[in-house]
Design a protein around this ligand. Structure first.
Ligand code: ADP
Length: 297
């Protein structure tokens, strides 16, 4: 995948390459809210604005993944996604350069529009297998995307058992957790439906902090953890921590009804995120995981 600017390059040169000779940065303002990187709004002498995140160049790959994920999500009729200008390495810093999204507020039809666009995205971006062209991250955790022929095997191996292995390496999982996760995974071919007509592109980390509202009052997707799988997993995650209204679910189902039995599968999908949270933050997340697993023994 290529972007307008890429590779080792000074930020000043990237700005000229993007906005024309003589273009230069006229202002740089820090943006709060991110967990991991230094984020800024850059103003350019041409009147353009950029969103730039930077980190140590030794963390190579993270911004390429993010850029790739955002580019994959950009879809005609889908939710807005910031345009990717590129990923560069300037000395000991790595930078991702994105279109700057000016913030606005939610209008009346915000959630209905967001949901029907999300359904369009799920419907239009398809793959023949479950997985993605490269591994990526979900928050600060690694996410394995090796291709599988079925959603059940992908979700079982690359999502649930992958997180259980991470938990074992961290020393927070015992043999009971491993055995009960394996028992659930063995049942997944009966519990999870395979998608018709190809696997759906999932945002992958669709909680309330990973969409923004732009100045036109529309939803903008950020911080993806993309892979092709089943759209139900995206919808389940929106329900885990809140931040999406009733209109959202009504409009999604109107655009594309969910298969019967989704309510019974929601917790299976969210077990992945709860395991990830247990690995990242510890606390009571592991007991929530055990409670879900107990139902499938
Ligand atoms: P991190 O990778 O450090 O978690 P985020 O990608 O979450 O950083 O970005 C930090 C904050 O910057 C977000 O909470 C959001 O408010 C804002 N933001 C993200 N992308 C853009 C963008 N393209 N334009 C403007 N603001 C953005």
């Amino acid at each position: 995948m290529t972007f307008p600017v890429q590779g080792p390059m000074r930020l000043d040169d990237a700005i000229e390459s993007l906005f024309g000779r003589g273009a230069r940065i006229t202002a740089s303002r820090p943006i709060g809210g991110g967990c991991i990187n230094d984020a800024r709004r850059l103003e350019v002498s041409t009147g353009d604005a950029l969103f730039v995140k930077s980190n140590r160049a030794s963390l190579t790959g993270l911004f390429e993944e993010e850029a790739r994920g955002l580019a994959e999500l950009a879809c005609e009729g889908g939710p807005r996604v910031p345009a990717v200008h590129g990923v560069i390495t300037d000395g000991d810093r790595q930078l991702i350069l994105l279109e700057f999204i000016e913030r606005g507020s939610k209008g009346r039809g915000f959630f209905a529009d967001f949901a029907s666009r999300l359904a369009t995205l799920h419907r239009s971006r398809r793959a023949e297998r479950a997985g993605f062209a490269g591994d990526n991250h979900i928050g600060a955790s690694p996410q394995a995307n090796g291709w599988r022929e079925t959603w059940a095997s992908f979700f079982g191996e690359q999502r649930i058992l992958f997180q259980v292995s991470l938990a074992e390496r961290k020393g927070i999982a015992d043999a009971v957790l491993r055995r009960s996760a394996e028992r659930l995974v063995a049942r997944l071919p009966d519990l999870l439906p395979e998608p018709d007509g190809g696997f759906h592109l999932m945002h992958g980390d669709l909680w309330g902090g990973n969409y923004m509202v732009d100045s036109a009052g529309g939803a903008v997707l950020i911080d993806p953890a993309v892979a092709y799988g089943h759209r139900e997993a995206d919808i389940a995650m929106t329900e885990l921590f809140g931040g999406f209204s009733r209109d959202f679910y009504a409009a999604y189902r109107e655009s594309w009804p969910l298969d019967g039995g989704y309510d019974d599968r929601r917790d299976i999908y969210n077990l992945y995120h709860l395991l990830n949270h247990a690995n990242l933050f510890g606390g009571s997340y592991l007991s929530s995981c055990r409670a879900i697993l107990r139902r499938y023994q």
